[in-house]
Design a protein around this ligand. Structure first.
Ligand SMILES: O=P(O)(O)OC[C@H]1O[C@H](OP(=O)(O)OP(=O)(O)O)[C@H](O)[C@@H]1O
Ligand SMILES: O=C(O)c1cc(=O)[nH]c(=O)[nH]1
Ligand SMILES: [Mg+2]
Length: 192
């Protein structure tokens, strides 16, 4: 799938929202990709994740022991991508703000691929990598459905993006006037 096809899926699900959004990084944006509105449809999710699994198979050499999804947004795409890769899916979730693998054991040396929904700054993927490396896992690559940085983010491992879609984002103290005029909402789950 190319970027236009991925964005068509998001638009067909009403998942491209406009307004004033507080992102997980604290940045503000006039556009929010509400992936949950895509992932509520099994057929749309399957189409995206099957294509992402094909990219992972083509670009990651060697075995993959687990796919790891950062909760909450990464849960469904990690599971569905793992189904197409034929490997188990686990997830990290926040405990007092820090990602932890709370419900699973992972053997030292396990080789994993992280599957995220959206990447903006790469902060959530870097936090996931830190958690997995603390457990002794090897992170072979990270993958996402949409990279809002359009390839500019460096997460320290190869990042496979099904689509690259550059969207403006601003520090809270440098908002353009048209954005400052709209009340801000924070759709994601960090800090709640
Ligand atoms: O690249 P980043 O700057 O980290 O932004 C992307 C992250 O933001 C969202 O998660 P969020 O923490 O908002 O919560 P969610 O997973 O519950 O949607 C999204 O699911 C990614 O994990
Ligand atoms: O950066 C984010 O927090 C973010 C952006 C976006 O478009 N969608 C999302 O779920 N999170
Ligand atoms: Mg998330």
């Amino acid at each position: 799938m190319n970027t236009a096809e991925v964005l068509d899926v998001f638009r067909s699900a009403g998942a491209v929202l406009e307004g004033h959004f507080i992102l997980t990084s604290g940045l503000r944006s006039p556009v929010f990709l509400q992936k949950a509105r895509v992932f509520m449809h099994a057929d749309k999710t399957e189409k995206l994740c099957k294509a992402l699994a094909q990219r992972i198979r083509a670009e990651v050499d060697g075995k993959i022991d687990y796919v790891v999804g950062p909760a909450i947004g990464g849960l469904i795409p990690a599971y569905e991508t793992s189904r197409h890769l034929g490997v188990p899916a686990v997830w990290v979730e926040r405990e007092q703000g820090e990602f932890r693998l709370r419900r699973f054991e992972m053997e030292k040396g396990a080789r994993v691929v992280i599957v995220e929904d959206i990447v903006t700054t790469g902060l959530s993927i870097r936090e996931t990598i830190a958690c997995l490396r603390d457990l002794g896992a090897e992170v072979a690559a990270a993958a996402c459905i949409i990279d809002r940085s359009a390839g500019k983010t460096d997460v320290g491992v190869p990042l496979i993006a099904l689509a690259e879609y550059e969207v403006p984002a601003y520090p809270a103290d440098a908002l353009p006037p048209e954005l400052a005029a709209i009340p801000a909402v924070k759709p994601g789950s960090r800090n709640i």
